[in-house]
Design a binder for this molecule. Structure first.
Ligand code: R5P
Length: 292
């Protein structure tokens, strides 16, 4: 075993040391990008707090009219004051969002499966870069299935979008997918987030997990946390708080906002955690007072 001599086997995330390559830009890992990339990233991450509240309403691209999203034309105007970024499909954005709104846009560009498929991991890039430019989006979102049957396709999709985005200074958001039979451990999320960042994504969306601070430390670009299935509001706000405490730079929640009886108040309460450093308990009390 001579070749193991001197080999470091224990990982050390240096949790007390901040990211050392930020320069004077507020978005992790983006200090060396060009002006256009930085401008778009600044439409996503608030330059004062460094954080973002994204509203994910792209579920229809494979789930159809999921509960809570039957009428996005009616829902979005209520949420707009409380969020920083809309994450949706071009069909939903073009038909149901007034072009004059002044928020960031994360455009979902990968698709290829529906609820009727057992394996959702086979996707393609379904949007041309020219259309993303025409819509003046702030980033393009690609679902990535690490460890699934469609891993190669989704890494190919992600890489193509990063290549095209780099050409026109449009950042890429890599979304960690969790399929029915896929692991949801911190080891899995650490693996998937780091692969996505190393492939060149500028933002990674994943789920909150154990040892989340280690996952964040080992990922050289900002992490935003997905909400996942609907939780009680108090629990969802606590998860949002723990995510920000663990180093996430934002939340990209869907069902925990649009399936709440009070979506606008829920989005506003999440904003209190993300931008004003409320604790989960303070945000819950804020939500409760607003919805009395
Ligand atoms: C994944 O395919 C999409 O981005 C989802 O729409 C999003 O991750 C789901 O958000 P949530 O889990 O908060 O409903």
């Amino acid at each position: 075993m001579a070749d193991l001599e001197g080999l470091k086997v224990e990982k050390n995330y240096h949790l007390s040391e901040p990211f050392a390559a930020d320069g004077n830009f507020h978005v992790k890992g983006a200090a060396n990008l060009d002006w256009g990339m930085k401008k778009r990233l600044s439409s996503i991450f608030n330059p004062t707090s460094g954080n973002t509240v994204m509203f994910a309403f792209d579920h229809g691209y494979f789930m159809g009219s999921v509960s809570g999203l039957e009428r996005i034309d009616l829902l979005l105007p209520k949420l707009m004051p409380h969020i920083d970024v809309l994450m949706g499909t071009r069909g939903a954005l073009r038909t149901s969002v007034k072009p004059g709104f002044r928020k960031g846009v994360a455009l979902r560009v990968s698709s290829g499966s529906s609820m009727l498929n057992d394996d959702l991991s086979h996707e393609v890039v379904a949007v041309d870069i020219e259309d993303a430019i025409r819509m003046d989006v702030d980033c393009m979102a690609v679902q990535v299935f690490i460890g699934a049957e469609g891993q190669l396709e989704s890494i190919d999709n992600l890489s193509k979008v990063i290549n095209m985005g780099s050409r026109y200074s449009i950042p890429t958001l890599g979304v960690v997918a969790v399929g029915k039979n896929m692991e949801r451990t911190d080891q899995y999320f650490k693996l998937a987030t780091r692969i996505i960042a190393e492939l060149g994504a500028n933002i990674v969306k994943t789920y909150y997990c154990d040892k989340f601070d280690e996952l964040v430390a080992a990922c050289p670009v900002p992490i935003v946390v997905a909400g996942g299935k609907k939780l009680a509001e108090k629990e969802a706000l606590e998860m949002a708080y723990q995510s920000i405490q663990g180093g996430a730079r934002g939340l990209d929640m869907g069902r925990n906002i649009f399936q709440s009886y009070h979506p606008a108040e829920m989005a506003e309460s999440i904003g209190k955690i993300v931008h004003e450093r409320f604790t989960g308990k303070e945000a819950w009390e804020f939500y409760r007072d607003k919805t009395k």
